[in-house]
Design a protein around this ligand. Structure first.
Ligand code: ADP
Length: 341
């Protein structure tokens, strides 16, 4: 753990010790972990549809967590509940020691939220809008101007600061959205699809900004784009049909999926005989011809088994030349496809 994180944890601990006196339902069992966000058995129903279905997770201070999932998976709904803009059907949410059903206003002060579609008052100039947001968020009058200046700086809005929001490009509007989310210096940032609708250059800029912010703050961001969460997040929660279907770093998720070995082989023999023989091996689960690679097969082993030696022995027994055998690394795309299909 870096010095900054350590210092932050100590600060959080001290704050919590103070707050625990005044906050009656402090999540004491999670206090030991010092989780910044604790979500327990959260469910949201719209009519008969369960948009979020009994999910539980926690986020540690300083972690940058990505909600990854196809459209309609339940990411925005979860974020709306965590930010206290929507009440759950069931379940418990604790943010920075405060329970959502009892202290929503305290939680809103602790969280900076960039909602989906980033609604802004487009008739206002950036500076005026940020001042307005600072007042709404209860930033002290004596520091409003300083905070606005800092946000304009951090979010790279200096040259545009007097422009009206409706004169800005989508990328700059997104920066204003981030600036308003951070104006009150919250511990936690919740960013719903922060790079949606941006061009590739703007995406890189916003990603870098989020990474920078992630050094100081706990961040949850959502995306349906895998490379996005992989580039920005320490940890990925894959959400599908309202449920968490995978949770880990991109490396752990890849390793978990690698539980089943996949090798590409080319064997010099009659293709249908080769395929049948490969399928007959005790260690092999699946054999498929490879697209656009004549004579190549993809061989998937059964869980926990390796079929490499068996394939070699099979070739020797049949006097076939083994022309190629290469291990295939599982890509995060494969993991995503597997858990969301
Ligand atoms: P995501 O953010 O992953 O795209 P959402 O949380 O927006 O997913 O939506 C999850 C599911 O809930 C979807 O099927 C969506 O149509 C439905 N849904 C979202 N908001 C509402 C609403 N206000 N009323 C009814 N259904 C909704």
């Amino acid at each position: 753990m870096g010095y900054r994180n350590l210092l932050k944890n100590v600060k959080t601990l001290i704050k919590r010790l103070i707050f625990s006196v005044s906050v009656p339902n402090f999540a004491s069992e999670k206090f030991i972990d010092m989780a910044s966000i604790v979500v327990e058995n959260l469910t949201k129903k719209y009519g008969d549809q369960k948009a979020v279905d009994d999910i539980s997770f926690d986020v540690k201070p300083g972690e940058v967590v990505g909600f990854l999932g196809p459209n309609g998976a339940g990411k925005s709904t979860t974020m709306r509940m965590v930010t206290c803009y929507m009440a759950p059907t069931h379940g418990k949410i604790t943010v920075e020691g405060y329970q959502a059903d009892e202290h929503p206003e305290e939680i809103k002060k602790k969280i900076g939220y960039l909602p989906e579609n980033n609604p802004l008052y487009t008739d206002m100039a950036i500076i005026d809008y940020l001042k307005f947001c600072a007042e709404v968020q209860g930033v002290g009058k004596d520091i409003v101007n300083t905070r606005v200046r800092e946000m304009v700086d951090i979010c790279g809005l200096n040259l545009e600061r007097h422009k009206k929001i409706n004169e800005l490009s989508k990328g700059f509007r997104q920066r204003v959205g981030l600036a308003q989310a951070m104006i009150h210096d919250p511990e936690v940032l919740i960013l719903d699809e922060p790079t949606s609708g941006l061009d590739p250059n703007q995406i890189v800029e916003i990603r870098n900004l989020i990474k920078e912010l992630g050094k100081e703050k706990t961040v949850i961001l959502s995306s349906h784009i895998l490379s996005e969460v992989e580039a920005t997040c320490d940890r990925i929660l894959i959400i599908n049909r309202g449920k968490i279907v995978a949770d880990g770093t991109s490396d752990t998720l890849r390793q978990q999926a690698q539980g089943q070995e996949l090798v590409s082989v080319k064997i010099d023999g009659d293709e249908s005989r080769v395929k049948k023989a490969l399928l007959g091996l005790a260690s092999v689960e699946k054999v498929n011809e490879q697209e656009n690679r004549k004579g190549f097969f993809l061989v998937q082993s059964k869980p926990e088994l390796s079929s490499r030696k068996d394939i070699f022995d099979l070739c020797v027994k049949n006097k076939w030349y083994l022309l190629e055998m290469t291990g295939i690394e599982t890509k995060l795309e494969d993991v995503f496809r597997e858990v969301t299909n």
